[in-house]
Design a protein around this ligand. Structure first.
Ligand code: ADP
Ligand code: MG
Length: 325
């Protein structure tokens, strides 16, 4: 062992110095126990979600450690948001290659701390191990929702309207820019690195949304899941899919640009359905939470997802790419 690695924090140093201070919940006992014990308020249910991010698969080795920490947390918080849940805390599993320095881990912990404040979270526990593989970070997020009120993927009914928050494709564009070697930060790159979970809007969707999902694999893929679990057909109007100025500038505004944006991942926006009579309630929720919300389609009898192009015809696409009729 070199003297440099001997000076390293080590597993327990890491837990004590970097992670214990983040365990602010009393039930986490400062990470000096084997488990955390949480007290739930009466009438509340737990909503659980785990998502791992792997170096060079979900984030890039060159991404700043603070952003990596935020992404690891936020991809999970985004799922809670889509279910209308409020985050409570999280568990953290780290598989760390030797080349990751203490300085990197310290900055990573600072990223966690900053998001804990933003989203009122406590670290509740986790596990730490060495790996010869890529840096792997698994977060398990815990949230609460009033009993029976979580918004599921199933629940969309024929006649419902389909909405999406924010704009689509920005993170996909950000990744493309990074892969092309662009390093100057831009809004698209920032959206790829640090998603913005729609928690403020999500918790207003109770009693409004009939089905809801967060978009991690692309608008088309994820609305496809809603169609499948709800046993309905979801029809999206390509011209209505909201694209940012940046995406329009680089990819354009035609059907191909929309297909590209709607097949790109990492948006972490919420796609949801509601009954037509609740449209004013959607607008009120959007206004209250200062969230852009766009009507993009409708739910019909049948199955599958279709994207209708400018000429009124269904556009053909595959999970891995797309082709026109
Ligand atoms: P065990 O021997 O039961 O696996 P550990 O020694 O791994 O326990 O962990 C000791 C304590 O530190 C536990 O409370 C555990 O939840 C916490 N812990 C370990 N790794 C992490 C981590 N990466 N993030 C947060 N808590 C951690
Ligand atoms: Mg352990």
């Amino acid at each position: 062992m070199s003297s440099a690695s001997r000076r390293r924090l080590g597993e327990f140093g890491l837990i004590e110095k970097l992670f214990a201070p983040l365990a602010t919940s009393r039930g986490a006992a400062g990470l000096r126990d084997d488990v955390a014990v949480l007290n739930l308020r009466p009438g509340q249910e737990l909503v659980l979600k785990t998502d791992a991010i792997v170096e060079d698969r979900h984030f890039l080795r060159s991404d700043p450690p603070k952003a990596v920490a935020q992404k690891a947390l936020r991809v999970n918080l985004s799922d809670l948001a889509a279910k209308g849940a409020e985050p409570l805390g999280y568990l953290l599993m780290l598989a760390i290659p030797r080349r990751i320095s203490d300085a990197w881990l310290t900055a990573f912990a600072a990223g966690l701390r900053s998001d804990q404040r933003t989203f009122s979270l406590s670290l509740l526990g986790g596990d730490t191990t060495r790996t010869d593989g890529p840096l792997t970070i698994a977060v398990t997020a815990l949230g609460t929702v009033s009993k029976g009120k979580a918004i599921r993927r199933a629940g969309a009914k024929p006649g419902d309207l389909v909405f999406v928050t924010g704009t689509i494709g920005d993170a996909g564009l950000g990744l493309e820019l990074l892969e092309r070697g662009k390093r100057t930060p831009s809004a698209a790159i920032q959206k790829y690195r640090v998603p913005q979970p729609r928690l403020g809007f999500g918790k207003l969707l109770h009693g409004i949304a009939t089905a809801s999902i967060d978009i991690s694999d692309g608008l088309l893929a994820d609305l496809g899941h809603v169609a499948e679990t709800s046993r309905v057909s979801v029809v999206i109007d390509a011209a209505k899919v909201p694209l940012s100025k940046a995406v329009q500038t680089v990819w354009g505004t035609n059907d191909n640009a929309v297909l590209r944006a709607a097949s790109a991942g990492d948006d972490y926006e919420i796609a949801f359905t509601c009954r037509p009579r609740d449209i004013a309630r959607v607008e009120a929720a959007a206004f209250k939470s200062k969230t852009k919300v766009t009507l993009i389609g409708q739910v019909r009898r049948g199955q599958g997802l279709s994207l209708i192009g400018r000429n009124g015809k269904s556009l053909r696409f595959a999970r891995a790419g797309f082709t026109h009729f």
